[in-house]
Design a protein around this ligand. Structure first.
Ligand code: ZN
Length: 691
């Protein structure tokens, strides 16, 4: 709850209304100076059996204070040589300045004494920079800290060498994570209060962690969780460089990102959904957005949801759907997302591989990790992000399939855990250069690829390339190639879909490895990879190691004509994943992605993509399948539920319309149904209840 006319006490009058609707807590913004109002609101919340949360800023929002306290300002690298901090522009405060810290920690201690305070969002949207040309912090305190630890002055980008960069980046991660630990300590002096960091989505997707200073795993270790705010009609296409399409998948992708980092039982993952729209945004929010905001985060493992803010939401159409969806809470509280595919989010690769540079479209998470999310999302495969800090035997063991999207930097322990994972029966898919460096970005012995995949080496190129199957293999069966007439060139070239990778990689000699596809000869692939393996497969111990010589991309640009065409690589990967691990998925989408009318009219249009998602969950006596339809195209596909041994299906119910599904195909522990969507449908949640 927030109030925008400087009358925060009026929020007290809202509390009875909120309490009646099924909310569990109220969250309000609080700054130093708001103490009295906060105490009043906490009391009102308590009187209505509501928990109380406060969201706070630390480095941000302190401009007025920093005017009179220039020594507490954060100093960016552009001002690294400025000695008089009065002359430094005011952006944020330096989180390592003890006086600046004390002010905030005292405030947190005050909040921690509020008896019904359950949680505090700390250090709202703080960061150390958005591009490599301007990073913090080079203030007097930080200069002194560096001198004590390493001697000399804080290095500047471009760094002298890898070691200098490593020292700088690790030093910043460690110190900042520690300050967050101190915030948790300050909050918890009276009773248990969750300390949750509110991250900007930019730090999740666009900005390289060495620049932002954000090491999610290290920070969450010190506190209780993380929250982000995916405002899709507001942030996009700026965040993610236009790669979140349709825009609403920004909500589901941020939810997956957050729940990937907070999977441990004692951590909380939170989404602050968009509840407001202004005329400058893409479109107004309506009831559908309310339903998506309420249902998609829990369908993807997020623990707590709120919307920014109650009054803004209430002024528009979104709140109706948001609150109507509360009746689904009892179902989602019983179920967890199905783990099938884990996509590794490698902090080490982003922070320490000297070749990984760039933000937005060129950031590693967008240009590598998100390419594989798109493969899985478009094929209806359930997937999650697994932070590289959790590449351990126990965490890997939760996922039948693990994908390394051009993960170059890996410690010896991480390599050993992955090797053991495949050997023990896992399916490991690696794309492009993999494990070529250690966790600090120094060249490694490069034996991981040869041991697991039977590939002697791998070198990334910058060009794209097409490939073709070399043998008759199920990975390539039933691909929807167009007939001869449809495929005829028109309007400046062939629109025929391809099998392609962008960029490609050149791999070395093979041992015991089956080649499923090789790059074509001619203008459609770089000459240096003509005839080289593009897709290989190898049995390793009990498991399977699949290697892709490049990165899959949804829309492929033909080298010769620059024509944009569809790429069937995601379908090939899907068939491989399902054949090796499909049995681990108790709720499956069949005939997914479903066909939509636009494909009949423009069958080869490269702008086509699935505009629906399939989000299956499992629980005790229940399977759920949430299916948002963002574009509201008419379509149908089948959902197949494999019940646990000896269980009988009692009922299948669609929870949004609250109606039973009667046309079921049942037999042998399998229940199959058709999910039909009309243009008015934007979300269905199917519940398979069995006993
Ligand atoms: Zn500083």
């Amino acid at each position: 709850m927030q109030e925008y006319s400087n009358r925060p006490h009026t929020l007290n009058e809202l509390v009875p209304e909120v309490a009646k609707k099924g909310y569990s807590e109220i969250a309000v913004s609080g700054q130093i100076g708001d103490e009295e109002v906060l105490l009043g609101l906490a009391k009102t919340a308590c009187d209505h059996d509501l928990g109380f949360m406060v969201f706070t800023g630390f480095m941000k929002y302190q401009q007025a204070h920093l005017v009179t306290h220039p020594e507490q300002r954060m100093v960016m690298s552009t001002d690294a040589d400025v000695d008089d901090q009065d002359a430094v522009p005011i952006k944020m405060g330096c989180p390592f300045n003890v006086e600046f810290q004390k002010r905030y920690f005292d405030f947190l201690e005050f909040l921690g004494r509020i008896p019904n305070l359950t949680e505090c969002w700390v250090n709202d949207e703080a960061t150390f920079g958005a591009n490599e040309g301007a990073v913090g912090c080079y203030c007097h305190v930080c200069r002194e800290d560096w001198k004590q630890r390493f001697g000399g002055s804080i290095p500047l980008h471009p760094f002298k060498d890898q070691q200098e960069k490593n020292n700088f980046v690790k030093w910043r991660f460690e110190r900042w994570n520690e300050v967050h630990g101190q915030m948790k300590e300050a909050l918890n002096k009276d009773h248990r209060v969750l300390a949750v960091w509110l991250s900007s989505p930019r730090a999740c997707w666009d900005v390289n962690p060495w620049i932002s200073g954000v090491d999610f795993s290290g920070m969450i270790d010190r506190i209780d969780g993380v929250n982000t705010d995916p405002y899709y009609t507001f942030h996009l296409p700026s965040v993610g460089a236009g790669q979140f399409k349709p825009i609403e998948v920004y909500l589901s992708e941020c939810s997956r990102f957050i729940s990937g980092y907070t999977a441990a039982d004692d951590k909380v993952g939170e989404i602050c959904a968009q509840g407001f729209s202004h005329p400058t945004f893409t479109r107004p929010l309506d009831k559908r957005d309310g339903w998506w905001a309420s249902v998609l985060p829990p369908a993807l493992g997020v623990d707590h949801i709120t919307a920014y803010t109650y009054l803004l939401q209430r002024a528009g159409q979104m709140q109706g759907g948001y609150e109507e969806a509360f009746r689904l809470d009892p179902y989602f509280s019983r179920a967890k997302p199905i783990n099938l595919v884990a996509i590794i989010d490698s902090l080490e690769t982003q922070a320490f591989d000297p070749d990984v540079v760039g933000t937005g479209i060129n950031s590693w998470r967008i240009s590598r990790m998100l390419r594989f999310s798109e493969v899985a999302r478009h094929q209806g495969l359930p997937y999650a992000y697994l932070p590289s800090a959790e590449i351990t035997s126990s965490r890997l063991g939760e996922y039948p399939v693990v994908i390394l999207p051009n993960v170059t930097c890996m410690s010896a322990d991480q390599r050993a855990a992955l090797q053991a994972y495949v050997h023990g029966g896992g399916v490991l898919i690696a794309a492009g250069a993999t494990a070529t460096r250690n966790e600090s970005g120094m060249p490694s012995d490069n034996t991981f690829l040869s041991r697991v995949f039977g590939i002697s080496s791998c070198e990334m190129l910058t060009a794209s390339g097409e490939y073709e199957s070399t043998i008759d293999h199920f990975a390539f069966s039933d691909l929807p190639w167009p007939d001869e007439i449809t495929a005829m060139p028109s309007w400046g070239g062939s629109r025929c879909p391809v099998l392609g990778l962008d960029p490609v990689a050149k791999i070395g000699a093979l041992t015991d490895t089956q080649v499923l596809a090789h790059f074509v000869s001619g203008p459609d692939a770089p000459e240096s990879v003509a005839g080289c393996p593009a897709l290989t497969i190898r049995s390793y111990g009990q498991g399977t190691a699949i290697f892709l010589s490049g990165i899959p991309i949804r829309m492929f640009v033909k080298a010769q004509t620059s024509a944009q065409v569809l790429n069937f690589t995601s379908r090939v990967l899907n068939q491989l994943i399902l054949s090796f691990a499909g049995q681990h998925c108790p709720v499956k989408a069949l005939n997914f992605p479903p066909r939509v009318p636009m494909q009949d009219v423009r069958p080869l249009d490269p702008r086509w993509m699935p505009t629906m998602e399939f989000l299956p969950l499992v629980g005790d006596g229940i399977y759920l399948a949430a299916v948002p339809s963002y574009f509201q195209e008419p379509f149908e596909f089948q959902i197949q539920a494999n019940l646990p041994n000896g269980k009988v299906c009692r009922q299948v119910r669609e929870l949004v319309s609250d109606k039973p599904v009667t046309a079921l195909d049942e037999g042998d522990g399998i229940v199959e149904m058709t999910a039909r969507f009309k243009p008015e449908d934007y979300l269905k949640v199917f519940a398979f209840m069995f006993e």
